[in-house]
Each structure stands twice: as structure tokens, then as C-alpha cells.
Write a protein that binds this ligand. Structure first.
Ligand code: NOJ
Length: 765
């Protein structure tokens, strides 16, 4: 994590640290691009800001690019994405380099979201590891694999804060919390981009979806967002900013509107905030046809909206080809000037220069060798650390080796469904490990049967690629499963979602087990055997009944290539589960949105009674809170201390953690701070630090935290970031609910005036 530690320093001191070499490099790049642009026609410049797609199998919208080859040869394309083979990329690059007039190389993009050939757990799962070093290593390995096959640029990380599990894309996120999300965003950018972008083993990151894409109304994909500026700054923008500060080379605009203007044409967002306020100097790209979709938003014709987006600060147009197709019209009508296009074109050329493409257009197309074997063990580590143990009654887990197991469920013998969303390049699905084959390593006494289809809802089945007819007669499936259960010591039911039930365009109104699966589970529970529910899922699910009736619940998410081995390692105790939730699990859909950092309101829900905030038909707390997760050990928390240290201007806190069990454990110690009195309303608590510690059996450790005073601040209604003096609650614990807390008073002479830590520089809107 050396690089991460440096980020803060580097971003603060980048102007001072810029050495003569860097300046020379910058000058060389500028004069190279000046020279090149002086030779370019305006059509060629419009071409550079045009990104097209290639392989129809990976379309994420209704439109598809046409005539790609001839446009490339005419110098009218700047980049291509979804080219899946290295041979195709070489051919296409040759067209650009050898056939187009100026031979400007293309940039190749792809959604390398959680691995390329080797698939890690989905991002939501990986975030549950709370292991920044691991996350950085997975991004770095993904860059190594993808760049070896010509990918220069990944559309990742997705850093949208998500608080609505109905939205299918929570699977691609790091969950609900801005602090954790920011740290993960930094780790991923560092992992992808490495030390230098022109290193052939690195690729450029693209932070997405800027901004607020995770806050769509009703959890519906692509839907509108309406949010106060205050909340934006406090809770939703931090991860994007963290990724920009970590040096991300590009930013993708989101589909939704931000304060009434779609992000793709939002000058305030793309220019005032991103560039003027945050100092971003890379390039921006639209999402898939989000420029063209501005017409559906009702903003005008393709020519008008394309010009508007460009002027707002959007550099590259993904798939709509709006400026390219309407260039003459835009110029004639004065919608655009050549100077407008120059700004965007220069940014794309700069990115290509930084990626080393002008020096060698085939830099990442030389078939660099990749040691995939070592990535297989990384995939296993990642999957193990992502699994969250949600329940474990009477220590039913871990299982004895050679236990007599009934392995049941439509997801128990699949490799592909374990990959989750965005795994299109997973050539290694064939090498993937199903849960059945993982478990077979531990017991030969295994009866296996599917028990039910994933769903018996015909409409849903069509959307998620399930053939209900082929699943067999539901009653016979269940009775076969029940007989298997009766013959066994324990039932492992592998249920949940297949890969297509989460991800893009997969919003759901029902996030419990599908009724067909639930019927199966009820029948299994009725046998009286201990039922261990292993969940495969891309989102938090509603599991009240399951929590009440299953002996244990293991949330495996979509665990990737080594998922089957990792699940088996957890079930049989080879690995002591350590994952912690990064998104709250509601009891039912009616509780959404529910997240740990809610404000108390003037009528706090605890204790709940009439005329208080909350519901009269359901408990107010979630089923499983943010930060929650069990292990096979018992860790006690004691001796919590916290004080404000005026010398270092930080809150110093510590807690003693003791492993009282006979099994080594990795514990994620979490620190929360709540602003007890402030001039604005504040959340009851917010995550402000965490540490993962290993504890041997019986071992005690004192875990220290130091939280700089700047972390205690907030954005005022005038959008000034200030820290106010006064009382703060400091809490430490194993999750966001079970915390030991203490009160700290922050009041020193220097701080009597509010400290402006970052000032809002531009007028909003
Ligand atoms: C649409 C998705 O919203 C975005 O995340 C992705 O990067 C693009 N399609 C390109 O595939």
C-alpha cells in the first residue's frame, strides 16, 4: 500500500514536487501535440473525440456502431471498445496507423470491472474484504492480463455510492459508504495505472459514473436523480474526487441528471466541479449513447445536444458520434467552433501520449506473457476474503471433513453463474470451480440435486436466460431434494441469483429468494436437518425468513473463478470467514432506502413509538447492518479510549481486541464518529477509519486510530467545508451497530474559528 500512502502527499504537493524531468516531459508532449494538431483537419479532430463499439455481443444499449473500419481508415475514430481478440485489435490498429492520413493510433477500451481472464469476486463482494491491498493487487493483475491483450483503458472503477439494493448495479459498486468507497477507489486507480501509464502492463482507469448514478429513483436503472448539493458533497462526490486525486486518467459521465441537467451535458459538473474545483486534467467520456440520449431527455436534436455536451466539458462521445455526424451543421450554426473541438481533441491525444501509444501503437499488442497461475491463487484469496458469514447457530459451521452432505440448489453445480456481471472476457470460465467440485475436495459423501429452478416466473426467466421447461417438474425436484436431505447429516442449499439477475439493467422490485427457491428451502427446513444456506447474489437480499429458519447463512456473492473452492474452504473451516458487509441488508423492500449513516431526525426512531420516524409494521433496524459479518472465532472488544490531541490536531482512539477462541482470526476493527452538536444536522455516525488485524488464539492487541481533525468536518449549506468545535461521539466495534463509544470534545484555540478545509470555488449551477 506504499502508493496509497503517497497519494495524499503527492496531491497536496504536486506543484512543488514537479521536477525538471516532469516539466520537460510535459513540454515535449505539448509541442508534439501542437505539431500534430496543426496538421489535423477539423474532421480528423472530430474523429479523435469519437469512440465506437465493435463486438455486438457486448452491447449495453440499443445502438451499435456501423462502418467502423472505413471510418478508422479515414481518421474519423479516436477509440474503439469491446474488441475482444488481440488479432482484431492488431488489424484495427493497423488500419488507423497505416491507412489513415496521419496514422494516429487508436485507444482500446473495455469494461475490465473485476478481472479480465481471471475473474475476481464482483466489486461489491470484493469491497466486503475491506482489504485495500488485496483490492489494489486485483486491479493490478487485471491490468496485467488485459493490457497483455491490447486493452489500454478500462471503464472502471465504478465508485457510485449505492443505497438501494433494488438497483442491479450495486453489484459493481463498493457499497454505501463514502469513506470506504473513497479508499477503494484510490486503491483501484493505483492498481490499474501502476507507476506509469506508458508501462505496457498498466492501463488507464476511467472513474464512473460521474455523478450520482447510484441514486436513481426507486432503484430503477438510468432513472432520474434529485439530490441536494449538500448531500452530494458530503456523501456522494467523495469517491469520485478520491479517484481523481489518485490520478485517474479519465472520467465517465453518467446517464442521470444532476440537478435537472443530465450529467453528460452538465457544465457545472464536468467543468466547474471536476476541472476548476478538483483540478482534473484527464479526459471525460460519455456513457454508452448518453450524448444521443440527451434528445430523449428532451434537450434538442443530436446536433444541438452533442454541441452542448462538448461545450459543457465532455471530451469523448461513446457510440452516438454526435459531433462527427453533425460537424458542418454545428459549425455553420455556430453551435461549436474549431476551438471547442480542439480542447477535447487535445485531451484525447494527451491520453494517448501518456499511454505511450504514439511511441508504439502496438505497445500492448505484443502478446506480453502473463503468469496466470499466480492469479489463480489471488482469485482464491479474493474470494475467500469476500465471503460474509451472516449467521451460524450452534456452531453448525465449520463442517466436519467427510460429513454426509446433501448439496442442493440450482446454483450448486455451475461455474459460469459464479462469475457474476461483466465477465465477458472470462476465457477461464472453463477453469472455474463450481461449489460442488469445491466441496468434493472435503467430502466424498455427497448427494447432489438441483431441487428447483432459479425462478418459475416466465417473464423473469426470459430476462435472465433461464429455461423453466428444462428444469423439470417442480414437485419431483423438491421431493428428490427432501429425500437427499433426509439421508444426510447436513443440508447445503446453494440459492440466490444467477449472474444476469444483477448488473446493468437488472433492477428488481423483489429482492428475496425467488418463490420457487423459497418453496424448496421451506421443504428442506421442514426435514429438521440443519440447513446451511449458501447465497449467490449481486445485491443485498431480504432474508428475514431464511435468517429465522436456516442454521447458517454464508453470503458468497458472485465469487469468481475460484468461488467454489473458496466457499468450500469456508464451509469446512480451512478458511475462517472475515468479510464484512459494505451495504446494509434490509428486512424487506419497504425499508429501502436504509443505510447505517442516517440522520436521527427530530423524532428519532429509537426507541420507536407512535409519532416517531419509522414504520409501525416492522422493526426499525435492518436485518444485517453495515460492517456486519461473523467468523468462527470470538473477538472481544474492551478498554476503548478516545481523546482529542491538540498537538497532532487529530482524534486519537484505541481499543483492545482479544481473540478468546482457539482459532486464529482476521478482524476488521471499525471506527465511527458522530458529530453530537453542530450547526447543521449530521448523521448519527460515519465510518472514519478501519484496521484489519490478525489475532492468534488467545491473543490481545491494542488497535490505535488517529483521525485528522479535517475528517470531523462537513459541508455547510453554502458549500464551505468546515470543522466545528464541540462534542463528538467516537465509537469502535466489529460493525456499525455494536460499538463501544466515548465522547470527545474538540476545542482548541486555533480551532475556535471554523477551519475551511476546502472551499467551494464556483457558483453552483
Ligand atoms: C454502459 C455502462 O453504463 C458503463 O458502465 C459501461 O462502461 C459502458 N456501457 C460501456 O460498456
Amino acid at each position: 500500500m506504499r502508493k496509497l500512502a503517497l497519494i495524499a502527499l503527492l496531491s497536496a504537493a504536486s506543484f512543488i514536487l514537479l521536477g525538471a524531468d516532469d516539466r520537460n516531459c510535459g513540454q515535449q508532449m505539448d509541442s508534439f501535440i501542437d505539431d500534430l494538431m496543426s496538421k489535423m483537419t477539423i474532421e480528423e479532430k472530430a474523429g479523435q473525440i469519437t469512440l465506437v463499439t465493435y463486438d455486438r455481443r457486448f452491447m449495453t444499449g440499443e445502438a451499435q456502431s456501423a462502418g467502423v473500419a472505413s471510418k478508422i481508415a479515414e481518421g474519423k475514430i479516436g477509440g474503439v471498445f469491446n474488441v475482444m481478440t488481440i488479432e482484431d485489435k492488431i488489424d484495427i490498429q493497423k488500419l488507423a496507423v497505416e491507412k489513415s492520413r496521419l496514422g494516429i493510433p487508436l485507444i482500446f477500451g473495455l469494461d475490465v470491472v473485476h478481472g479480465y481472464r481471471t475473474i475476481w469476486p464482483i466489486p461489491l463482494a470484493l469491497s466486503c474484504s475491506w482489504d485495500l491491498d488485496l483490492i489494489e493487487r486485483t486491479a493490478c493483475a487485471a491490468a496485467d492480463e488485459a493490457s497483455s491483450e491490447g486493452v489500454d483503458w478500462t471503464f472502471s472503477p465504478m465508485v457510485d455510492i449505492v443505497r438501494d439494493p433494488r438497483w442491479g448495479r450495486v453489484a459493481e459498486s463498493s457499497g454505501e459508504d463514502p469513506y470506504l468507497g473513497s479508499r477503494i477507489a484510490e486503491a483501484m486507480v493505483c492498481g490499474y495505472q501502476g507507476e506509469s501509464l506508458d508501462d505496457p502492463q498498466s492501463m488507464m482507469a476511467c472513474v464512473k459514473h460521474f455523478a450520482l448514478y447510484g441514486a436513481g429513483e426507486g432503484g430503477r436503472d438510468y432513472d432520474m436523480v434529485d439530490m441536494s448539493l449538500n448531500r452530494m458533497y458530503q456523501e456522494y462526490l467523495p469517491p469520485y474526487k478520491a479517484a481523481v486525486d489518485a490520478g485517474a486518467g479519465s472520467v465517465m459521465s453518467s446517464f442521470n441528471d444532476v440537478n435537472g441537467v443530465p450529467a453528460t451535458a452538465n457544465k457545472w459538473l464536468l467543468t466547474d466541479v471536476l476541472r476548476a474545483e478538483w483540478g482534473f486534467d484527464g479526459f471525460t467520456v460519455s456513457d454508452y449513447t448518453s450524448v444521443g440520449e440527451l434528445t430523449e431527455h428532451g434537450l434538442g436534436t443530436l446536433a444541438e445536444v452533442s454541441a452542448r455536451a462538448l461545450k459543457a466539458g465532455l471530451d469523448m462521445d461513446m457510440v452516438s458520434e454526435g459531433v462527427l455526424k453533425n460537424l458542418d451543421y454545428c459549425l455553420e450554426k455556430g453551435l461549436l467552433t474549431e476551438a471547442d473541438i480542439d480542447v477535447a481533441c487535445r485531451r484525447i491525444l494527451e491520453a494517448k501520449y501518456k499511454l505511450g501509444l504514439f511511441e508504439n501503437p502496438y505497445l500492448r499488442l505484443g502478446g506480453q506473457p502473463v503468469d496466470r497461475e499466480k492469479y489463480r491463487s489471488l482469485a482464491l484469496e479474493a474470494a475467500r476474503k469476500s465471503i460474509v458469514l451472516l449467521k451460524n447457530d450452534h456452531n453448525v459451521l465449520p463442517l466436519e471433513k467427510d460429513a454426509k452432505v446433501a448439496l442442493i440448489g440450482p446454483l450448486s453445480d455451475t461455474r459460469w453463474e459464479l462469475m457474476g456481471t461483466w465477465a465477458g472476457a472470462a476465457a477461464m470460465a472453463d477453469e472455474g470451480v463450481s461449489i460442488k467440485s469445491g466441496i468434493s475436495r472435503y467430502t466424498s459423501s455427497l448427494i447432489h440435486t438441483a431441487g428447483a429452478p432459479i425462478t418459475d416466473n416466465p417473464g423473469l426467466a426470459r430476462m435472465i436466460g433461464v429455461n423453466i421447461e428444462r428444469s423439470g417438474d417442480p414437485d419431483s425436484l423438491i421431493s428428490e431434494a427432501v429425500s437427499a436431505a433426509r439421508e444426510s447429516d447436513v443440508v447445503i442449499a446453494v440459492l440466490g441469483e444467477n449472474a444476469k439477475m444483477s448488473g446493468e439493467s437488472s433492477s428488481m422490485t423483489w429482492i428475496g429468494l425467488q418463490p420457487a427457491q423459497r418453496r424448496l428451502l421451506e421443504a428442506l427446513v421442514a426435514t429438521g436437518k440443519d440447513v446451511v444456506l449458501v447465497l449467490l447474489n449481486g445485491r443485498p437480499m431480504t432474508l428475514e425468513w431464511e435468517n429465522e429458519h436456516c442454521a447458517a447463512i454464508v453470503d458468497a456473492w458472485a465469487p469468481g473463478l475460484q468461488g467454489g473452492n473458496a466457499v468450500a474452504d469456508v464451509l469446512f473451516g480451512e478458511y475462517n470467514p472475515s468479510g464484512r458487509l459494505t451495504m446494509t441488508f434490509p428486512r424487506n423492500v419497504g425499508q429501502i432506502p436504509i443505510y447505517y449513516s442516517m440522520k436521527s431526525t427530530g423524532r428519532p426512531h429509537i426507541p420507536f413509538r407512535k409519532y416517531r420516524t419509522g414504520y409501525i409494521d416492522c422493526p426499525q433496524d435492518p436485518l444485517y447492518p453495515f460492517g456486519y459479518g461473523l467468523s468462527y472465532s470470538q473477538v472481544d472488544y474492551s478498554d476503548m479510549k478516545a481523546e482529542y490531541d491538540p498537538v497532532s490536531r487529530s482524534v486519537k482512539a484505541s481499543v483492545k481486541v482479544t481473540n478468546t477462541s482457539a482459532r486464529a482470526v482476521e478482524e476488521t476493527v471499525q471506527l465511527y464518529i458522530g458529530d453530537a452538536t453542530a450547526s447543521v444536522t449530521r448523521p448519527e455516525k460515519e465510518l472514519k477509519g478501519f484496521r484489519k488485524v490478525k489475532l492468534a488464539p488467545g491473543e490481545s492487541l491494542v488497535v490505535d486510530f488517529s483521525v485528522p481533525v479535517s475528517e470531523l468536518g462537513f459541508w455547510t449549506p453554502e458549500l464551505e467545508y468546515i470543522v466545528e468545535t464541540g462534542e463528538f461521539m467516537v465509537g469502535i466495534g466489529p460493525d456499525s451497530e455494536r460499538i463501544l463509544s466515548s465522547s470527545v470534545v474538540y476545542e482548541d484555540v486555533q480551532a475556535l474559528e471554523a477551519i475551511p478545509v476546502g472551499l467551494f470555488l464556483c457558483t453552483p449551477y
